[in-house]
Design a protein around this ligand. Structure first.
Ligand code: DGL
Length: 256
């Protein structure tokens, strides 16, 4: 079984890509909704949640853990790899593909404040984006919109307009969706920015990385079923989960 977690529903974007890439594998998704959003939390608390969520997934039998959360990967990926023996796969904003895609040499990065102020992001930009103008835009309010299942409401559109306009005015021709939640806003973003702007989403490359790791560690396919758990209230999470996943086979509450 492969375990996946995020602060809430954002990581379902990676889960969907994984289910398409690894259809025979059993997947277990943990939405740490009781602590969502992670973006504003102190790094230490994001680290505590990472150890708790990854540990819970491993106790359930996860042979690989996917941290489908840029904020948590930024704060805790190294800590998790020191703490647990199973392979831990993380995500990071798609700065590298954005650099390959841009023609203006100006890229915008939408992410949480936790990701953008983290050392991992700073190292990523320093190492790969020396000759590119990287404009960052913390967009925390968008996480709550996705958590509410509001992917295309007037309020979501207003928020997106306010976050995207400075990037476009700055001449960015490539925009990185640096939070897994923002994958679900891509259709609305596309309407707002038009066809000439490249949007970078990393859910598929992450799923391909997970497939490589699973094969390398001989993780056996099982039923292909996908199970969902949340630290929050299933009655609150079920409807927005259906928005991002579709029919939801199971969703139960857990504490970790
Ligand atoms: N979806 C997560 C990310 O990619 C976390 C968002 C949050 O909880 O603030 O950063």
């Amino acid at each position: 079984m492969i375990g996946v977690y995020d602060s809430g529903l954002g990581g379902v974007s990676v889960l969907r890509a994984m289910h398409r890439t690894l259809p025979q594998h059993t997947l277990l998704y943990l939405a740490d909704t009781a602590y969502c959003p992670y973006g504003p939390l102190p790094v230490e608390q994001v680290q505590q949640r990472a150890v708790a969520c990854a540990g819970w997934l491993i106790e359930q039998g996860a042979a690989v853990v996917v941290v489908a959360c840029n904020t948590a990967a930024s704060a805790a990926l190294e800590l998790l790899r020191e703490t647990y023996r199973v392979p831990i796969v993380g995500v990071e904003p798609g700065v590298k593909p954005a650099i390959r895609a841009t023609r203006t040499g100006r890229i915008g990065v939408l992410a949480t404040g936790g990701t953008l102020t983290g050392q991992r992001f700073a190292r990523l930009v320093q190492r790969f984006a020396a000759n590119v103008d990287v404009l960052t835009m913390p967009a925390p309010a968008l996480v709550e919109q996705v958590e509410a299942g509001e992917l295309d409401t007037p309020h979501t559109r207003t928020l997106l307009h306010d976050y995207l306009t400075p990037l476009l005015d700055h001449g960015a021709d490539t925009i990185v969706l640096g939070c897994t939640h923002f994958h679900f806003l891509a259709p609305t973003i596309r309407e707002l920015v038009g066809p000439a702007i490249t949007l970078i989403d990393t859910s598929l490359p992450v799923a391909q990385r997970v497939a490589h790791i699973a094969a390398a560690h001989n993780v056996q396919p099982k039923t292909g079923q996908v199970h969902f758990v949340t630290t929050g209230d299933p009655a609150q999470v079920f409807a927005p989960l259906r928005v991002v996943w579709g029919d939801v086979p199971t969703l139960s509450h857990i504490d970790c």
